[in-house]
Ligand binder design. Structure first.
Ligand SMILES: Nc1nc2c(ncn2[C@@H]2O[C@H](COP(=O)(O)OP(=O)(O)OP(=O)(O)O)[C@@H](O)[C@H]2O)c(=O)[nH]1
Ligand SMILES: [Mg+2]
Length: 691
């Protein structure tokens, strides 16, 4: 396939990174294999060095590096041209696009030799491969059906998880995966589908439309779900071609320039704050004016054509820099750190083993006895760190649960102003005439859901910040405990070998930390995002259920009934059908909010009391998951160190070890691992200097 759309550089850069990534993954795999072979040989000779955990970490990292893709999520309000943008990238009208709400499924676009589409289900139904025509036909939203679904707050295809489109496109082959999402702002159920995916992605491509600059809905999503979440966003202001169309005289260059400048100012004012990264303004590198439809048309005619003037080359250039430089370096750095860590571990094990080979069993046992106090110290460090985690866990989970409790109780104080922006736009009072009550009720339910979702999202942001600071704190503590731990293990080595440990002067406390401490400090976490995010995801923090419970508790029906009583009363009912003026409508609106507030306030203490223990438990669980992983790793390390010595005793007791061949073998192992880790270091350095 010849696609020229991706600037040539982008493909080359992706290719280069894929090569380095593959190379480094291969080296990590080779280290794992060498260690595995060495361990089975060790078992027959002077005893295993107990490197299982290291081998497992190497294999995992190698695998995830090899399979690693950059995942981008295309997000935006309905009908901004998300699917058209993706079609333009592909160069074919492949994904369904329409003037009506259309995309109903999260659709993952990834590389495949053949064009295929497979629908995955969230029940027991096996994945189904279908042709594109049936896909378009069966899995897009029918406009008449859409309205009904919206009223019932239902998903169009509730048992579908997502769809995967495979396509033979260079960009995808080189390690990019792009996810098309259903338009926001239609139903809350569909919003969740799209917004829930944010954390699985390396960046968001937020598509807006030049002719509808920064709508209320868009500002709501950005403000509530994206701001301050630490995720990189590229804004694509699509359909820029329509700016010209909307002029009185489309051929007047001055009028066009003026209109464009005006629009740019609006976008700048609204998007500026999302482009501030560590104090620098990245607006130019994050916001792009594009025309997907024109790009798509050009590419359908000639797939090799230049896309100049459509905004695509500029955007692709910036995306390239972000992915193949910033993100790529961060990924390789983790692999390099792991290799260094394991190289160091092997070296120290060999350094301990060699001098001990010449000791007889009795001397050896005495030496092992002599380091018992040090092993007890290691155990103490482990218990102390565990205790620190628990103290922080208890303090934070209580604090966050209290903050939830207060937040919920206080909702009533600002409800009247907050709820105004969500109020359904139906002509009030009208709803009481026969057929409209249902429509009004569903609009009001939706308004409540939006309000509650937004409010909880606002609170969860503060909770996440609280968690971030807790984990940042734990990370520092881990490094400090790690340093004390390393001192003790050095002491053990010194006592056993009678030799002083040489310290590399350029090593920092962090470099020197044992593997478990690096893990606990988040240095090895390969998952996207921060430790808090990873731990929270691991604990299955179920916001959705909390929200649903919340709505179930105060129910919309009661509000409407009490509102009907307040506004209309027995006399008011008689007024129905006589028509109401603006003044009455406005009064009704206020009364509705008041009635809603009254009901809400009644239920808030119950919600706060019932839900805050759940919040506390969920937060606790985050810390427990973390504590378990860290203590498992610490205990593993301590037992491995003990076993390393016991294995040698056992072997010595059963046969005479040939010292000189064993020394040669161990030295060779040490040299082999050093050689491969040097290769990783070199690959990393040359990549960093080249980009
Ligand atoms: N003029 C113009 N029209 C565009 C452009 N991009 C998309 N459109 C049109 O906008 C309409 C919506 O496009 P889609 O790609 O379906 O939008 P979407 O955001 O995927 O829509 P949903 O999936 O329903 O949210 C279609 O009629 C497109 O042809 C553009 O750059 N310029
Ligand atoms: Mg779409």
């Amino acid at each position: 396939m010849s696609e020229k759309i991706e600037t040539k550089n982008f493909l080359q850069d992706l290719e280069r990174f894929a090569r380095v990534r593959g190379e480094v993954a291969g080296h990590l795999g080779a280290i794992a294999q060498t260690l595995e072979l060495a361990e089975s040989e060790n078992e027959k000779q002077s005893g295993r060095l107990e490197l299982d955990r290291d081998i497992e970490d190497l294999k995992k990292t190698s695998k995830s590096l090899r399979e690693g893709v950059f995942r981008l999520l295309v997000l935006g309000d309905m009908k901004r041209g998300k699917s058209t943008f993706l079609n333009a990238l592909i160069g074919e009208k492949l994904l369904p696009s329409d003037v009506n709400p259309c995309t109903a499924l999260l659709t993952i676009l990834r590389y495949g030799k053949e064009k295929t589409v497979t629908v995955h289900f969230n029940d027991d139904t096996p994945p189904e491969k279908i042709d594109f025509k049936s896909f378009k036909h069966r899995y897009t939203i029918d406009p008449t059906e859409a309205k009904q679904l919206q009223q019932q707050q239902k998903l169009a295809f509730p048992n579908v998880d997502y769809a995967v489109v495979e396509y033979p496109l260079n960009l995808l082959e080189k390690g990019i995966e792009i996810v098309d999402s259903p338009g926001l702002n239609d139903t809350e159920a569909r919003n969740e589908l799209s917004l829930g995916y944010i954390n699985n992605c390396h960046a968001i491509l937020f598509v807006m439309r030049a002719t509808q600059p920064c709508t209320l809905g868009e500002r709501r999503y950005l403000e509530n779900y994206i701001k301050d979440r630490g995720v990189t966003i590229f804004f694509l202001i699509n359909a820029w071609d329509q700016v010209k169309e909307s002029l009185i005289d489309p051929d007047d260059p001055e009028e066009l320039e003026e209109a464009a400048e005006k629009l740019q100012r609006v976008f700048q004012a609204n998007l500026g704050e999302y482009c501030q990264v560590n104090g620098s303004n990245l607006y130019e590198e994050r916001v792009f004016q594009i025309s997907s439809l024109i790009a798509l048309r050009k590419r359908i005619k000639d797939s090799d054509t230049s896309l100049e003037g459509t905004g695509f080359p500029e955007f692709m250039g910036s995306l390239n820099k972000f992915l193949t430089k910033d993100r790529a370096i961060a990924q390789l750095e983790q692999a390099k750190t792991l290799a260094l860590q394991i190289n160091d571990r092997v070296k120290k094990s060999v350094e301990r083993r060699i001098p001990l080979l010449e000791e007889d069993v009795k001397q050896l046992k005495q030496k092992i006895d002599s380091v018992k106090p040090e092993f007890e110290l290691l155990q103490e460090i482990c218990t102390d760190f565990q205790q620190e985690i628990r103290t922080i866990r208890d303090r934070k989970s209580q604090k966050i649960a209290d903050s939830f409790h207060d937040y919920v109780l206080n909702l009533g104080n600002t409800f009247e102003t907050d709820f105004l922006r969500y109020q359904p736009d139906l002509s009030f009072l009208d709803f009481l005439s026969a057929g409209k009550r249902e429509a009004f009720e569903s609009a009001l339910t939706e308004a409540f859901e939006k309000y509650v979702n937004d409010k909880l999202s606002e609170w969860s942001l503060s909770a996440e910040k609280e968690m971030d600071s807790a984990f940042a704190n734990l990370s520092e503590i881990a490094i400090t405990y790690g340093a004390s731990y390393s001192k003790v293990t050095d002491k053990i080595t010194e006592k056993l070998t009678g030799q002083k440990i040489r310290r590399l002067s350029n090593y920092t406390q962090e470099d020197d930390a044992p593997a478990w401490a690096k893990w606990a400090a988040g240095i090895f976490s390969l998952a996207r995002g921060n430790l808090a995010g990873v731990a929270m995801a691991g604990a299955g923090f179920d916001w959705k259920n909390i929200i649903l419970n919340f709505i179930a508790v105060f129910g919309v029906g009661t509000i409407i009934s009490s509102f009907t009583g307040v506004v209309l009363g027995p006399v008011g009912i008689g007024l129905l059908g006589l028509g109401v003026g603006l003044v009455q409508a406005d009064r009704a609106r206020k009364e509705l909010v008041k009635a809603a507030k009254k009901e809400l306030v009644k239920y808030l203490p119950q919600v706060a009391n019932e839900q805050s223990p759940k919040v506390r438990d969920a937060i606790k669980e985050c810390f427990d998951t973390y504590e378990k992983e860290v203590t498992d790793r610490m205990n593993d390390d301590i037992s491995a160190r003990k076993a390393e010595l016991d294995n040698l005793v056992k072997q010595k007791e059963s046969f005479e070890i040939n010292q000189s061949t064993e020394i040669d073998r161990l030295r060779k192992l040490e040299a082999d691992i050093e050689f491969v880790s040097q290769k990783i270091e070199t690959a990393y350095r040359s990549f960093v200097t080249a980009v």
